[in-house]
Structure formats: structure tokens, C-alpha cells
Design a protein around this ligand. Structure first.
Ligand code: ACM
Length: 767
């Protein structure tokens, strides 16, 4: 269910904004200039410079011309004009000026706009480019024609050198064109590091010429379930994708032009199923493997033979020249050691190498590869599990399991990138709206990303320079389309950008939320498909009776909420939501979040009557295990093409709770259930998975009142399979009448793997 809270921040903000005046495009001083990330220093003054198609873009040398052209391309996309780049002009223009004598951080720049023109100055093309991106933001403050750049003086430099985003093309593949769109969006946010997770259990994504089977056999998987079958031929339809080395070069060059470094990841010794499927001799078991169509943590590790380590080095040797950056990621995460422990060969080799245990064995591999990388001019970076064994002095730690690994590593003298799962994993959903796409429904809100502080508390000042920066990671198990990828990325990447770039003292959530609506306008212009869920209104049904209901409205970012109850669209003068609403039945409600008199996203609408109150969808049900549940929002496996149903389910225990269901007069429950593949590997968490014992051939749906420990009030046997549409309607008459409000526990019995029953909708049927 959605949370409720009054719109606090924006109440205050609204008052400021309504009093703020926009005279001829000049920005009233109470309002921060809508720049994201906020520059280090911004001084506004009087006046403005008008930018139109005839404004010359002045550039004296090739490097300056390149940046000026890049500015023109983005400007054309954002505002529809493409001024010319020229060497000199008598008209006041925009000057792109490289001044190596400036010195300082190569990413720093200054930007001055006066009524006579604008100048971006930097010592290095990286800084000049970032300055051009800020200028572009000044040119996209509003939609007014002509463009008026407010007079301003900006001095700017990044707080952190590593401002990263991790893209996972292994679980779902992203085309070169899509990766370029990601890179463009990163550039607009002054992010400078694209961590490209090229290898995993589900797919090997980078061509290696010496070992061609890595892509031949490792880059295709057959998805689990119905979606894998071609509807026309009935044949399996593999899901494939890899980048040729030419494509890798193309992406790396495209990123470099935007001052973004691509850091490849070759994950070892775990997450190796696809590679072992291609070359079984690399593995630690004799059973042949396939690139897997399941998600989770797999036991398949590279073995520790000399030939295998040489193979890993071969792969690195081919990748290194493609990636001119300083860092190379060698993974190291989630390498459960069961296969190594069980393999006499691996154990014998450990004895030969003189390593004490499996953790030391992994450390040995990390040392070997880090040394190899160093000889090739690279620094190794790995997930924080590499701290479990002795670590090469120069290795960089990416802290993902929390911030503790980063703190420990920095104290040991290692450089660190902070990317904790608790704040910066973008596959976690960003709101509790039922309109979120598939992902992990524990929420990581925009506010959480914005509030993340990369320098861990307690880290001694003399160690703080070890925090190279910060990164958001987007794993794509549950992200099947580019539209959904962008939904997860934006606007949270804007928050990350400010954490990574702006001085800590400039970080101010209220100010950020005031600037965000303009950023959304830019996203729309640049075809960046941001999430609208944070800008919509969520509803919570707090109380229901025969005559009336009470609902609470909220906006996830606390923007002002306005609503109507007469079927009309909410407008700026509609009633403002202040407190829960008592609505007589039947009721209809529409609500939207507003900023500065404009709706931030399309209004949502709801209607309730006696009949609709008898129905709950899975998103409106709770997980029986509450906070212990490992809830995922999972998509159906079919149809092969087109829209698929989405289910919220606890993958450790197939059980849903309807909290405080009104049971007076209820004679039966009707449950619409779907069935999706059980495609999870849980490694050492496996013992926590629970199935209640089945009492009939295919198990049953049991319904209890008073929670899962209460009395069973209904039970229906499950069919062998759902209908052709993937669903089944289960009719469950109550074996005894019950009264009042009851927490209903609905759970499927039996170990149904390799399938999993899931609830789509529950209806109470009256006598
Ligand atoms: C990770 O999330 N396995 C690094």
C-alpha cells in the first residue's frame, strides 16, 4: 500500500514560488536557477542575452570548435535552432575558450553571460564541455521564444572524479544506439564514468577474437517460460546480443567525445555461467552448462587451473586496448565457493598453489589479474567482496553491500567508489505506485539517492581523498525494454549527478525539487523517458464503510496535490489536498501534483462503489512475511510479444495478505491467479525458501482468516495448469461464515517449481 504524508516541503515552497515573478524570462532571486547538477558558485546579475539562430558560436581552434558543435547539436534537439560555429564575428556571440593557463581541475570551467554575450572558459576540453552543458541548461530554462540567457557568472568544478553509472547488458541487452542514448543523457548530467557490465551468468556480451565461442555459445539464452517459444513456428526463440569489437570501439569513442570513460567489467570468478557454457573446461564441475535464463546467485565459478587463468588473461588482453581508461573492473561479487569446496581438482590445485582456503584462492586470482592489468597500464577495480581476501595495494574497491566495505577499504588505503545497494541501486523501484514497472519493490526514492553522502561518516579527513566518487547501478534482470530502463534511471540520475558533482554544502533537497520540473521539460525535449510515477498522486484507502470511505492522497516527492470529486480534471485552482478525504459512496476522485500552477504529470483517477470495494489487485495486497518478504515485481512470461501482466510476489513464500478485509456477508472468494516460471537461484539463501505441504496432486490455494496462523476458511485445489491466457479463476466458497474485519492470508501450497502461482486479483463474493 502507498504511504501517506502531508505535502510538507512544497507547502512552504509553493508560497515562495507563487510570489516569485518571471519578468521577461529573468528569474526572481528567491528561486534557484534551474541547473542540475547545481554548480559550485552561481552569481546572477541584471539583464539577459538573447540567443537565436543567428548568434555566432565563436571558436578559435579545433578543440573549441568541437565543443561548440556539440553544443549546437544539443541545442537543436532541445530548442530547434542550430547557430553556426565561426572563428570571429562582429555580433555578440557565445565564445568557447580553452585557456590552458587557467590550470586547476581539468573538468572545471567558468561561464559568464552578460547582455553582450556569453563565454565558457576552461583549461581542458573536458571542462569546456561541462561548461557547454551548463550553458545548454541556461538555454533550456523555459520554452519561451527567443531564448534568453540570464546574466550570470558561474565558477564550477566537480566534487568527485568518479561520477558513475553502471549499465547491465548481460541480463537484458542494450543496442549500441541505446547505449549511446545513455551516454548522451549521462553527459547532460555531467556524469563521466560508464561502467559496462559485459559478462554474467545470462550472457557474454563482448566479442573476444581468440575465444570466439564466448559470443557464439555465450551470448544467447532461451528465456524461461512461454515467452521463449516463437508463436508462429512453436520453436524456441533465443534471446541474444553481443557487441563486436568495432561496436565497442564505436561506443568508447562516442563516450570519449562526451568526456565519459567506459570501464569494462569482466566478472570473475563467479557470474561465469555463460563463459563456462562456451568453454566447459573453464568450470569447476563436469556438468555442461547453458547461459542461464534464471536470476539470482549461481554456484558456477571459473576453476583455478593455470590454463584457465591464462584464458582470463587472454580475455583481458583483448579488452584492454579497446578501453583507453585507467580502470578495469574484474567483478568478484557473489562468488559462492560450493563448487570449489566440492571439487578434488580445485582443492588439489589450491594445495599446489599453497593457498589456505577458497577465500584466499579468490584473492590469488584477484592478485594475478590485478598484476596482469598493471603490466598493461590499468588499475583493477572490484566489488567489495575482494576485500575478503588479501588485496593488492593499488586495487580499487566498489562498495555495494553497504558503505562499510568502502569505509574499511579507505582506512586500509584503497581508493573506493561508493555504490551501495541501499541507496544507489536503480533496479529498486522509486515509488510505491502500482504503475511502477517490474523491478525490486523495496523502494529507493529520489530523496534517498539525493540524500546519499559518499564520504562515510567517521572516515578520517586524511583518508577522505580515497573516496574517488559515487555510482548508481542498474541491474536489468526485470528490465526488458529501453523505456523501462529510462524509467528507472530518471530522474534518479539527476539526484546522483548532484551528489557526485555539487559541493556538499550546495546539496539542498528543496532547491533540487524546485529545479526538477525544468529538468523534466528538458527530458521531454531530449526524448529521455523519465518516470512519471514520482510526479503523480498515490492513494491510500484508509477506511471503508457501507456509506463512505476515507482516502489519503500523497505525492512521493511532496509536491502540492490538488483534486476534484466531480469528474473534472484537477486544475491549479482545484481544492488543495490537506488531510484525508471522507467521500460518500459511490465516489470518484481525480488528483494531480502541481508545481507553480502546472500539473507535473497526468492526473490519476479512481472510483469506488460497493462492488469495487470487494476487489483487490496484487499491488493492493501485502506480503504475508511483511518486511521479511523478498518481494519482486515480476512480469508474466507471455505472450511472446506485446503487453504482459505484472505480479508482486514474495519469491521465498507464495503468500499474500488482504489486511482488514470486511467479511460480513461474504460467502466465497474468487481469486484470479497466474503462473510464471520459478526462475531464481538463491544460493545460500535457499534454506529460507518455504512451501507449505500440498494435500492434493497439484496443491491448493488456502485462505485463512486472522492471518496465516488463523483458521482455514476456504481451500481450492489447483489445476495442473492455467488456461490458454495464462490465468485461472479459482472459486473458493467459505467453509464457515466469518464476520467483521479479518486479515486474510492467501497462500499456494506445494513446491510448484519450476512454476510459481501468483495472485492477480481477489474478489469477495457476497451471499
Ligand atoms: C552486485 O550487486 N552483485 C554487485
Amino acid at each position: 500500500m502507498t504511504r501517506t504524508h502531508p505535502p510538507r516541503i512544497l507547502q512552504r515552497l509553493g508560497a515562495i514560488l507563487l510570489s516569485a515573478t518571471l519578468a521577461g524570462g529573468a528569474i526572481a532571486s528567491e528561486r534557484p536557477l534551474p541547473l542540475v547538477p547545481m554548480p559550485a558558485s552561481v552569481e546572477q546579475s541584471q539583464g539577459e542575452f538573447v540567443l537565436d539562430a543567428r548568434t555566432p558560436l565563436l571558436a578559435g581552434n579545433e578543440a573549441e570548435r568541437n565543443v561548440a558543435r556539440q553544443f549546437a547539436v544539443f541545442l537543436e534537439k532541445g530548442r530547434g535552432i542550430a547557430p553556426k560555429v565561426v572563428a570571429r564575428s562582429r555580433r555578440g556571440g557565445i565564445r568557447f575558450h580553452l585557456d590552458p593557463a587557467r590550470g586547476g581541475d581539468p573538468e572545471s570551467y567558468s561561464l559568464e553571460v552578460t547582455p553582450a554575450g556569453a563565454t565558457v572558459t576552461a583549461a581542458d576540453t573536458a571542462g569546456l564541455f561541462h561548461g557547454a552543458m551548463t550553458l545548454l541548461q541556461l538555454a533550456t530554462l523555459d520554452e519561451a521564444d527567443p531564448i534568453r540567457l540570464p546574466a550570470v557568472r558561474i565558477e564550477d568544478a566537480p566534487r568527485f572524479a568518479w561520477r558513475g553509472f553502471m549499465l547491465d547488458p548481460a541480463r537484458h541487452f542494450w543496442t549500441v544506439d541505446q547505449v549511446k542514448q545513455v551516454i548522451d543523457a549521462m553527459a547532460l548530467h555531467k556524469l563521466n564514468t560508464l561502467h559496462w557490465h559485459l559478462t554474467d551468468d545470462q550472457g557474454w556480451r563482448g566479442e573476444i577474437k581468440r575465444h570466439p565461442r564466448l559470443v557464439e555459445a555465450g551470448s544467447c539464452r532461451v528465456p524461461a517460460g512461454d515467452g521463449a517459444i516463437d508463436p508462429a513456428s512453436g520453436e524456441p526463440r533465443p534471446y541474444c546480443g553481443h557487441y563486436t569489437q568495432d561496436q565497442v570501439r564505436e561506443v568508447v569513442a562516442y563516450a570519449a567525445q562526451r568526456h565519459i570513460t567506459v570501464v569494462p567489467e569482466f566478472d570473475v570468478p563467479g557470474h561465469a555461467t555463460a563463459a563456462i557454457a562456451a568453454y566447459p573446461e573453464l568450470g569447476s564441475i563436469d556438468t555442461p552448462l547453458q547461459p542461464t535464463s534464471e536470476w539470482g546467485v549461481f554456484p558456477n565459478l571459473f576453476n583455478n587451473e593455470e590454463a584457465t587463468l591464462a584464458f582470463l588473461e587472454d580475455v583481458i588482453a583483448e579488452l584492454v586496448p579497446l578501453f583507453p581508461g585507467r580502470y578495469f573492473h574484474i567483478g568478484g561479487d557473489e562468488a559462492v565457493k560450493d563448487q570449489w569446496q566440492a571439487s578434488p581438482r580445485v582443492q588439489a590445485r589450491m594445495r599446489e598453489l599453497g593457498v589456505a582456503d577458497e577465500t584466499a584462492m579468490q584473492a590469488h586470482i584477484v592478485h594475478r589479474l590485478a598484476g596482469f592489468l598493471e603490466r598493461h597500464g590499468k588499475r583493477a577495480i572490484g566489488w567489495d567482496e575482494i576485500l575478503d581476501g588479501e588485496l593488492p595495494a593499488d586495487a580499487v574497491v566498489m562498495s555495494w553491500r553497504g558503505t562499510e566495505g568502502g569505509l574499511k577499504a579507505a582506512r586500509m588505503g584503497h581508493d573506493v567508489v561508493m555504490a551501495p545497494v541501499s541507496a544507489l541501486y536503480l533496479d529498486y523501484l522509486q515509488t510505491s505506485s502500482p504503475h511502477e514497472p517490474p523491478g525490486r519493490p523495496a523502494t529507493i526514492t529520489l530523496q534517498q539517492v539525493y540524500g546519499f553522502e559518499p564520504v562515510p561518516e567517521g572516515l578520517e579527513p586524511e583518508r577522505q581523498h580515497h573516496i574517488l566518487g559515487v555510482q548508481a547501478n542498474l541491474w536489468t534482470e526485470h528490465t526488458r525494454s529501453f523505456e523501462r530502463l529510462q524509467h528507472h534511471m530518471f530522474p534518479r540520475l539527476a539526484a546522483l549527478a548532484e551528489v557526485a558533482w555539487s559541493p556538499q554544502g550546495k546539496r539542498d533537497l528543496e532547491s533540487f525539487l524546485q529545479r526538477l520540473p525544468v529538468q523534466l521539460q528538458r527530458y521531454r525535449r531530449w526524448n529521455i523517458g523519465y518516470a512519471t510515477t514520482p510526479f503523480q498522486v498515490d492513494v491510500e484507502l484508509q477506511e471503508e464503510g457501507d456509506e463512505a470511505i476515507r482516502v489519503a492522497l500523497s505525492n512521493p516527492l511532496d509536491y502540492e496535490v490538488r483534486y476534484t470529486t466531480d469528474g473534472s480534471a484537477p486544475a491549479a485552482d482545484s481544492p488543495r489536498y490537506e488531510a484525508p478525504l471522507e467521500l460518500p459512496l459511490p465516489a470518484t476522485l481525480q488528483a494531480a501534483a502541481f508545481f507553480d500552477g502546472h500539473p507535473l504529470a497526468p492526473a490519476r483517477s479512481w472510483s469506488w462503489d460497493a462492488e469495487s470495494l470487494l476487489v483487490r489487485s496484487d499491488e493492493q495486497l501485502d506480503a504475508c512475511r511483511g518486511r521479511d518478504a523478498l518481494r519482486l515485481r515480476l512480469e508474466d512470461d507471455g505472450p511472446a510479444d506485446g503487453e504482459r501482466a505484472i505480479f508482486d510476489t514474495d519469491i521465498f513464500y507464495p503468500c499474500w495478505q488482504w489486511t482488514a478485509a470486511r467479511m460480513d456477508g461474504v460467502a466465497a472468494l474468487k481469486v484470479r491467479a497466474g503462473r510464471i516460471p520459478y526462475y531464481f537461484q538463491l544460493a545460500h539463501d535457499e534454506p529460507h525458501r518455504r512451501f507449505e505441504p500440498a494435500r492434493s496432486a497439484h496443491g491448493e490455494l488456502d485462505i485463512r482468516a486472522g492471518g496465516c496462523d488463523g483458521r482455514r476458511i476456504a481451500s481450492v485445489p489447483l489445476p495442473a495448469a492455467p488456461g490458454a491466457d495464462g490465468f485461472v479463476e479459482l472459486e473458493a466458497p467459505l467453509v464457515r461464515a466469518i464476520r467483521g474485519r479479518q486479515d486474510l492470508c492467501l497462500r499456494f501450497t506445494g513446491d510448484t517449481r519450476p512454476q510459481m502461482w501468483v495472485i492477480d486479483q481477489v474478489t469477495l463474493e457476497k451471499r
